[in-house]
Design a protein around this ligand. Sequence first.
Ligand code: ATP
Ligand code: MG
Ligand code: MG
Length: 531
Amino acid sequence: ASKARSTKVAAGFSLGLEGAEMGKVVTRFPPEPSGYLHIGHAKAAMLNQYFAKMYEGKLIIRFDDTNPSKETTEFEDTILEDLHLLDVKADVITHTSDYFEQLHQYAIKAIKDGKAYADDTLQEQMRKERWDGIASRHREDSVEDNLKHFDEMFKGSEEGVRWCLRAKLSVDDPNKALRDPVIYRCNLLPHHRTGDKWKVYPTYDFACPIVDSIEGVTHALRTNEYRDRNPQYWWMTDAVGLRKVRIWDFSRLNFIYTLLSKRKLHQFVNSGAVRGWDDPRFPTVRGIRRRGMTVDALRQFMLLQGPSQAIVSLEWDSIWALNKKVIDPIAPRHWAITNADKVPVTISGGPSGAETKTLPKHKKNPDVGEKKTVYSSNIWVDQEDAKSFDDQEEVTLMDWGNAFVRSKTVDESGKVTAISMDLHLDGDFKKTKKKITWLAQEGDLIPVTLLDYDYLITKKKLEEDDDVKDFATPVTEFKEDALADANVQDLKKGDYMQFERKGYYIYDGEGQYIKIPDGRAAGIASKADEE
Ligand code: ATP
Ligand code: MG
Ligand code: MG
């Protein structure tokens, strides 16, 4: 096999794996089936897929199912659906639980080799001892005693559940990850795949390196907050005589005003602050997809982030800006007039009845299709536009031509209630300052709801001991009723589109359109950003 070269990504840096051989690379994405995937998981999944493809290797999706207290089959199913949404396809799907028998045998071997011991030190005290570098009173127990206690654990007996198994690694290494980590613990709850067969479960620290090695993983991608744990990872395989796996670490993805911990996301769902895991305010794969994020933009963004080691909270703007570039060339363009305060305009020189013309849905991309635009002498315009018109100003009615504003009726509150215009089709649209969207009153106007959202929390970065409740944004959903041209009836749920001069939207079904942030820190997002 030839040594593979690294690939240049958009930003110009090289993204490659050390020691990678063409056709031999095996990567893995190991989600715990305890919640829905979020944008951070998307980074891990996409990078793993990227390297597997780049080296014509293999991608393993491995459910890391070692804690029956948190995991369910339903979460496995949704994770697979989400990976499908992300276009991440596994060559193999496995489970850590497939290896419970082998892991158990390796644990026994470790005990016999004097590399693991059973401990019943209470959790609090164990934490303190590890912190202070003090040996457990069981550290020098005999192999026989350790095997006996581990067997009680295996049986899940009353005696056994008090114990755990620890790696005999170090008492006081400056790297605290090396201070005799716990590698097995009891759990009497049924496991969603193995039922009540097991009462002991390996910890991630033990299971992950061993299963990586057994499954032939060549490069384990890990977030760099685990870098301190790399020596521990290698110790485990070494201790049981398995092949060492390479580690490639990358920075954990964080965004401002965003919580990316499954536990906190569970809280939001349970408290009703969002309507579910696919809520457009949520940083879940489902949530951001529903908000209009394309897989293309996500992938571009993740590869740009690829080798960065900086652990920072990113702004959302740059990823939405990438997304806008993906959507803009393919989004059909429609018009909507905000229903409240819409202003009737009478046009003289316009058609006597309703006339219909066929126009492209996208001026620069004929593939997007055609739409029918209705012309008449009675149109609606947005209040905001109407207010901005100067007396006798020449404006451009988009897809039609120029017109002079001849009169404007304004009520006591300053609201425009009627306008009359003279059509001036010989006028030069390049010379007008205002290009206005409008809708013919005689057209089939479709009532639509425009939705926009704010961040769920008011603080850029929550600290560990901040209570989420203290930083919940009071109102996070904004609704506006509008009328749209009849062509929006061609849209299917999930389609991207543009209401010209209002922004990009994704059609959410049932007349609801969700605003896609455009990455210019515009609208609601910018309010929060300025603080
Ligand atoms: P959470 O804290 O949300 O529960 P987790 O890391 O416990 O996340 P897992 O299901 O164990 O969730 O994660 C699967 C993989 O996704 C891991 O390899 C982990 O490194 C990676 N991952 C999780 N969160 C992020 C993130 N914010 N950025 C990058 N990778 C992440
Ligand atoms: Mg985890
Ligand atoms: Mg976590």
